[in-house]
Ligand binder design. Structure first.
Ligand code: GRF
Length: 204
């Protein structure tokens, strides 16, 4: 069966959404392993309670990326679990060389804005501060530059006058939980073709 690996640093609601869609039968994939750079990540608990292999792997001394030696261990772990597609779900580190050598074109991420707007951290807050009326979320392939890779799917979320960063983020996440499993389904069923920056989707 097509096997994915999930990398998460935090609460793991996207991981939960993927698990839920596997259980409904919508997604016909196996989660080979969940890896975190944060031993306290609730995502690890979710995985353990679902009997999915869950690993904390030390990130090393840097704050924003993994030490190359540690990054090698992440890749090794993914390989040991036969992972074909790496799904970043709130993983708070920039992916570097070791990952691209092993999984070029097979790493995806979910970002809480309509890219290319509002790359980087707290994109929902950036959207409120900028004053846009619509924002949303994006599933994209991961490239070396942050939040720039070819876009697989997007969903739009209106910004309401009484939105706080929290209320907006919550509504964005509801859409994330729909489009991330859908993107994984499309890729796992071979219905996604990347041509330069464009991602073509062919549905049966
Ligand atoms: C999501 O908002 C995602 O867009 C961003 O990190 C957050 C992860 O949330 N990349 P969760 O841990 O899946 O709940």
């Amino acid at each position: 069966m097509f096997t994915i690996g999930v990398l998460a640093s935090g609460k793991g609601s996207n991981l939960q959404a993927i698990i839920d869609q596997i259980k409904t039968g919508f997604l016909n994939v196996k989660i080979g392993v969940v890896i975190s750079d944060n031993p306290q990540a609730y995502a690890l608990e979710i995985a353990r309670s679902e009997k999915i292999p869950a690993e904390y792997i030390e990130p090393g001394k840097h704050k924003t990326f993994l030490d190359p030696n540690q990054e090698k261990k992440y890749v090794q772990c993914l390989k040991e679990h036969h992972v074909e597609l790496v799904c970043l779900a709130g993983f708070m580190r920039v992916i570097k060389k070791e990952f691209f050598n092993a999984y070029q074109g097979r790493i995806i991420n979910i970002h809480p804005s309509l890219l290319p707007a509002f790359r980087g951290l707290e994109a929902w807050k950036q959207a409120i501060d900028y004053g846009v009326k619509f924002t949303g979320c994006t599933v994209h392939f991961v490239e070396e530059d942050i939040d720039t890779g070819p876009i697989v799917l997007q969903a739009v979320v209106p910004v309401l006058s009484d939105d706080s960063p929290e209320s907006l983020h919550k509504r964005i996440q509801e859409k994330e939980h729909i489009i991330y499993p859908l993107a994984i389904k499309l890729i796992s069923e071979n219905n996604v073709v990347v041509e330069g920056r464009r991602v073509m989707i062919y549905e049966d």
